[in-house]
Design a binder for this molecule. Structure first.
Ligand SMILES: NC(=O)c1ccc[n+]([C@@H]2O[C@H](COP(=O)([O-])OP(=O)(O)OC[C@H]3O[C@@H](n4cnc5c(N)ncnc54)[C@H](O)[C@@H]3O)[C@@H](O)[C@H]2O)c1
Length: 443
C-alpha cells in the first residue's frame, strides 16, 4: 500500500502529462488501472514521430476552438479542415487555422480524402448521426463527451463501432488526467480501504445561457437548454463523473432513482432541469449519490470516492485518511481532549461524537501539486486530460490502433446519464434495461 504525505503547494506551473504520458503508460500498475494508456507508451509515441494525422473539426464553437488551440501543441497533428453550420463560428476557427479548408455540411468534409480523422464538437443531439456518418465514411472519430441523446442511438453507434475497424474516442478526459489515473491507482492499492460509496456533485451559479444575436439562432446557440439537443446537467456534467465511478468500481449500478426540476432559471423557455439529484444503486448495496445545480456554487465540483479508511477526492486531487498520524500536534491534542470529553458522557457514549471534516488533513495525489477545479467551467482548464486524450486520438489516427475500453466507458457513462434523466422524468426507480447492457458491463 502506498501512502504519501505531501504538503499542498500552489501549482508550480504547467506540468505536461503529455510528456510524461509515455513513462506513466510504461508502468504495469498504471496499465492495469488505466488500460487505455497502453496505446501511449513511449515506444508508440516514438513510432509516430515525424508523422502527422490530418484532422477535420466538425463544430467550431467553444469546445471546438479549445481543441483547435490544443492541436497546435500536438506535434503529430495537422488541422486540415473545418466545418460549421454557423458562419460566425467558422470564421473564428478560420482565424486560428487560416490554411484549413472550410465546409458548411459535415458530409462534404467527410468526403475529403485529405482527412484521416474528425473531431465532433457539435451539440449532443447531432453526435450519433455525425459519428455514424463519419465511421461509414471510413474516418477515425473523436467525439465529445456523452455519446448520444438516446439509449437507442448509443447502442446503434456502439454496434457500428464493433462492426468496423475505425478508431473511436470519446472525450472523457478524466481517463487521461494524471491525478485521476494516479488517484484510482492509489484506491486500487488499498489506500482508502474498501470503497463503500461515491458522492459526486457539480454546483455552479450561472444561467447556462449564451448571448444570441438573432432569435432565429436561439436553439442553435443555446442548444444545451432544449431537450431535442441536450440531456441537460446529466449529459453535460454528470457524464464525466459517472464515468469515474464506473472506472473505480469496475461495475455498473443496476437501479436508478432521482428527482429533478427547474427551480431557479425559470424566466426563459428552457426545458432542461437546473437541479438534479440521482441515486445509482449497485447490486452489492453501494450507491453513487449524484447532485448538480446551477443556482448555487458553494460546493463547487467534487468526485469523492468514500473508503473505509479514507476519502479520495479525485477532482481536487486530494485525499484524506480516517486515522491520520500526520495531523498536527495541536489537532491531535484537541482531538484527544474532545474524545475524553465525549467518552466521559454516559448518555452519549462512544457512538455519539462530533465527526467533522476539519479533523482531516488533505494529502495531495500528485507530488506537491493540486489542480483544484471550482466547477465554474471546464473549458480552458489546464491539466484536465483534454489535450492528452486528443493527442492519443491523433496518434491512433496514424497507427489505426484502438484504445482499450474508451468507447465502453463512454457508453456506460452515457447510458447512466440518460437513465438518470428517465428516472427523474418518470419519478420511478429504473432497473438497468437488459437491451442496453453490453458484455463490458458487470453488475
Ligand atoms: N469534454 C468536456 O469537458 C466538454 C466541455 C465543453 C463542451 N463539451 C462538448 O462539446 C460539444 C460542443 O459544446 P460547445 O460548448 O462547444 O457548444 P457550442 O454551441 O459552442 O459549439 C457547437 C458548434 O457546433 C455547431 N454545429 C451545430 N450543429 C452542427 C452540424 N450539424 N454540423 C456542424 N456544426 C454544427 C454550432 O454552430 C456551434 O458552432 C458538446 O457536445 C459538449 O457537450 C465537452
Amino acid at each position: 500500500m502506498t501512502k504519501t504525505t505531501h504538503t499542498i503547494t500552489p501549482d508550480a506551473g504547467r506540468r505536461s502529462f503529455l510528456r510524461s504520458l509515455g513513462a506513466l503508460a510504461g508502468s504495469a500498475a498504471i496499465l492495469s488501472t488505466a488500460p487505455w494508456l497502453a496505446s501511449c507508451t513511449a515506444d508508440k509515441q516514438a513510432a509516430v514521430a515525424g508523422q502527422k494525422a490530418r484532422i477535420g473539426l466538425i463544430g467550431t464553437g467553444s469546445r471546438g476552438q479549445y481543441h483547435l488551440h490544443n492541436l497546435k501543441n500536438i506535434p503529430h497533428a495537422d488541422l486540415v479542415a473545418l466545418c460549421d453550420i454557423n458562419p460566425a463560428h467558422l470564421d473564428e476557427a478560420k482565424a486560428i487555422y487560416p490554411d484549413a479548408k472550410t465546409y458548411t455540411d459535415h458530409r462534404a468534409l467527410l468526403d475529403d480524402p485529405d482527412v484521416d480523422g474528425v473531431i465532433i464538437a457539435s451539440p449532443l443531439g447531432s453526435h450519433a448521426a455525425i459519428t455514424l456518418d463519419a465511421l461509414d465514411a471510413g474516418k477515425h472519430v473523436f467525439c465529445e463527451k456523452a455519446m448520444a441523446l438516446t439509449l437507442d442511438e448509443c447502442k446503434e453507434v456502439y454496434d457500428r463501432y464493433l462492426n468496423c475497424d475505425n478508431v473511436l474516442y470519446y472525450c472523457m478526459q478524466r481517463m487521461f488526467d494524471e491525478k485521476y489515473v494516479r488517484g484510482v491507482q492509489l484506491i486500487n492499492d488499498g489506500l482508502i480501504g474498501d470503497v463503500v460509496g461515491m458522492r459526486c456533485h457539480w454546483f455552479r451559479n450561472a444561467d447556462w445561457r449564451r448571448d444570441c444575436p438573432d432569435p432565429s439562432l436561439e436553439r442553435l446557440i443555446n442548444w444545451r437548454l432544449y431537450r431535442e439537443t441536450s440531456g441537460g446537467l446529466m449529459t453535460e456534467l454528470a457524464s464525466h463523473q459517472l464515468e469515474v465511478c464506473g472506472w473505480v468500481t469496475g461495475k455498473m449500478p443496476s437501479k436508478i432513482l432521482g428527482t429533478g426540476d427547474l427551480i431557479h432559471w425559470k424566466n426563459d423557455a428552457r426545458e432542461v432541469y437546473d437541479t438534479v439529484n440521482v441515486i445509482y444503486k449497485y447490486d452489492d448495496g453501494r450507491t453513487i449519490s449524484y447532485e448538480s445545480l446551477i443556482s448555487n456554487k458553494f460546493n463547487g465540483m467534487e468526485d469523492q470516492i468514500l473508503g473505509s479508511r479514507g476519502t479520495m477526492n479525485l477532482a481536487t486531487g486530494l485525499y484524506y485518511l480516517e486515522d491520520d498520524d500526520t495531523r498536527s500536534g495541536i489537532k491531535q491534542l484537541l482531538s484527544s481532549v474532545r474524545d475524553n470529553v465525549f467518552s466521559a458522557i454516559p448518555a452519549a457514549g462512544p457512538s455519539w461524537r462530533p465527526e467533522t471534516a476539519d479533523a482531516y488533513v488533505p494529502h495531495s495525489i500528485l507530488d506537491g501539486v493540486t489542480h483544484v477545479n471550482h466547477g465554474q467551467s471546464t473549458v480552458g482548464v489546464d491539466h484536465d486530460g483534454s489535450e492528452e486524450i486528443l493527442s492519443a486520438f491523433c496518434q491512433a489516427c496514424i497507427t489505426g490502433e484502438r484504445a482499450a475500453n474508451v468507447v465502453e466507458e463512454a457508453y456506460s457513462a452515457t447510458t447512466l446519464c440518460l437513465l438518470g434523466n428517465l428516472a427523474m422524468e418518470t419519478g420511478t426507480t429504473i432497473d438497468f434495461p437488459d437491451q442496453y447492457k453490453i458484455p463490458y458491463m458487470k453488475f
